[in-house]
Design a protein around this ligand. Structure first.
Ligand code: GSH
Length: 198
């Protein structure tokens, strides 16, 4: 979003094995998660900290006047689909990852993992329907709904290796949309900020 808008920013590399529980980080986000931002020039001209990616995206969209739909109706639809990611795609894919790739894969009971496979497939079906015949999730333009969502789908298939389990092959509109979003110049730049190998 910062690359798309051109807002100036300074990225900080955060390790999930320790950096999010320091007193300094907790003073910014008591929920010890990334992302979190500090805008030194917040709404009242004073510094403002903010966490939860959906809230950050809405804030940056309003600050820049970009990525929030082309009309008032689209604005609420964009927010609706951002919430769909926050409450659906993100948590369900994340829990799937725990049971499929991380510590949860040692659990013999197949039901927890199956629960998240079924829920992710259901959510992808909803998203695929929304994308039918469209380039982006809402209206004709790229928005914070897309920005919130495509990296999760890409990570579900690539990083969590869940594609085969949900029949990702069948979700052609999602596949084309992920490629379309990932190939934007801002996306190509952003996925390596901060430098993963530094
Ligand atoms: N709903 C939150 C989710 C944030 C989240 O789960 N962040 C993960 C990384 S993707 C994290 O910081 N995990 C570190 C931890 O749990 O210790 C948001 O969208 O900002």
């Amino acid at each position: 979003m910062l690359e798309e808008t051109g807002l100036p920013y300074e990225a900080h590399k955060i390790s999930l094995s320790g950096d999010t529980t320091t007193p300094e980080f907790l003073s910014l986000n008591p929920n010890n998660k990334i992302p979190a931002i500090i805008d030194p020039n917040g709404p009242d001209g004073t510094p403002m900290g903010l966490w939860e990616s959906g809230a950050i995206l809405i804030y940056l969209a309003e600050k820049s006047g970009k990525m929030l739909g082309a009309s008032d109706t689209e604005r609420y639809q964009v927010i609706q689909w951002v919430m769909f990611q926050m409450g659906g795609l993100g948590p369900m894919m994340g829990q799937f990852g725990y049971f499929h790739k991380f510590a949860g894969k040692e659990i013999d009971d197949p039901r927890p993992k199956q629960r998240y496979i079924d829920e992710v497939r259901r959510l992808l079906n909803v998203l695929n329907g929304q994308l039918a015949g469209k380039d982006f999730m809402v209206g004709d333009s790229y928005s914070i709904a897309d920005i919130a969502s495509w990296p999760w789908v890409r990570a579900f298939v690539g990083f969590y290796e869940g594609g085969d389990l949900v029949g990702f092959e069948d979700f052609k509109d999602i596949q084309n949309w992920v490629t379309r979003c990932a190939e934007r110049p801002a996306s190509l730049a952003a996925v390596n900020i901060p430098d993963r190998n530094a």
